[in-house]
Ligand binder design. Structure first.
Ligand code: ADP
Ligand code: MG
Length: 331
């Protein structure tokens, strides 16, 4: 196993949830609208992602497993967009250097499916015919079997699965149009049917965040030129003690940004801190959309940070949108 791959894996693949994130993002990139995520023993035994996306042609399977092989860069504009989304063309190579990875795939135009895996010191890809509908299945077994330090770092199955659930929730809140199924030890834990109409969006929010959130949450709708803010925010009295519903998306990517957090705090004003004498956290699911050239998304995808070119204006825009929504609760 190549050391370079293992070092790369150390950066990207921290725990089972990181594998799930990379693989589900690949499925989404391939145009899938149905994704099944099977987990065994918190992901240490098995992680299997099935999708109905475009599939990988037989003669590209080996390439997909090699480092810096991405099919996603076709122009300089692509390159910029892709860098900002964190694509590096090495997720599959990294994962297969620290686990037993099998790639099974069939593009619609290919008569049969093929399966690929890497083996041996030189990470040579092996190929065999397989049975599979159009789309791709990636199976990852025995994560960190050859990296004892990482293996020791993993927590209980329950904790690792909780991290996986959180990854799936975050993605599900960004892609209402995709059906997600999550299983743990052969039992279905989450099912998010695809949402086809904008009007049904509350259903997805409710199944991910719970109806206690959607029952009280206020709608946020704010627009100024090419910038828009939409979503849901809980009124002050309904904010929970636990900060479990705090999702802010910028152009479809979840962010944890100080500027935005500040705007949210400020919108709630003093009332939040004074909430019946207890410390309360705002709860929200918010979507900010702005032209891609007005924002830099950190190249390191795990950091969830953004840089707005017009930070002050964005802050005040978000603040205004949230204040308007919160004001509807008071009247
Ligand atoms: P990246 O996503 O950065 O391109 P990856 O290592 O994650 O790099 O994937 C390598 C390549 O394998 C992708 O560019 C894509 O062509 C192919 N691939 C991976 N997963 C899938 C999938 N689920 N469906 C179709 N193609 C896939
Ligand atoms: Mg990828």
């Amino acid at each position: 196993v190549s050391l370079a791959n293992q070092i790369a894996a150390g950066e990207v693949i921290e725990r089972p949830a990181s594998v799930v994130k990379e693989l589900v993002e690949n499925s989404l990139d391939s145009g899938a609208d149905q994704i099944i995520i099977e987990i065994e023993q918190g992901g240490r035994r098995l992680i299997r992602i099935r999708d109905n996306g475009s599939g990988i042609p037989r003669d590209e399977l080996a390439l997909a497993l090699s480092r810096h092989a991405t099919s996603k860069i076709r122009s300089l504009a692509d390159l910029e967009a892709i860098l900002s989304l964190g694509f590096r063309g090495e997720a599959l190579a990294s994962i297969s250097s620290v686990a037993r990875l099998t790639l099974t795939s069939k593009p619609a135009t290919q008569a049969t499916a093929w399966e690929a895996w890497v083996e041996g010191q030189d990470m040579r890809a092996e190929l065999a015919p397989a049975s599979h509908p159009t789309g791709t299945t990636v199976t990852v077994e025995d994560l960190f079997f050859n990296t004892p330090a990482r293996r020791k770092f993993m927590r209980t199955d329950k904790t690792e699965f909780a991290h996986i659930e959180e990854v799936v929730k975050r993605i599900a809140l960004a892609r209402f149009d995709v059906k997600f199924q999550l299983l743990h030890n052969q039992k279905q834990v989450r099912l998010y049917p695809a949402i086809r109409a904008e009007a049904d969006a509350t259903q997805r929010i409710s199944s991910v965040c719970g109806s206690s959130f959607t029952d009280t949450a206020l709608r946020v709708e704010e627009q100024a030129g090419s910038v828009s803010l939409s979503g849901w925010i809980a009124p002050v009295h309904a904010c929970r003690h636990q900060a479990d519903v705090q999702y802010f998306y910028v152009n479809g990517r979840m962010m944890k940004d100080r500027l935005l957090a500040h705007a949210i705090r400020q919108a709630y004003g003093e009332s939040l801190q004074q909430g019946i004498g207890e410390e309360r956290s705002p709860t929200y699911v918010l979507y900010l959309e702005l032209p891609a050239q007005d924002v830099d998304v950190n190249v390191h995808p795990a950091k969830h940070e953004v840089r707005f070119h017009q930070a002050r204006q964005i802050h005040d825009f978000v603040l205004h949108g949230l204040r308007s929504a919160l004001a509807t609760a008071d009247s």
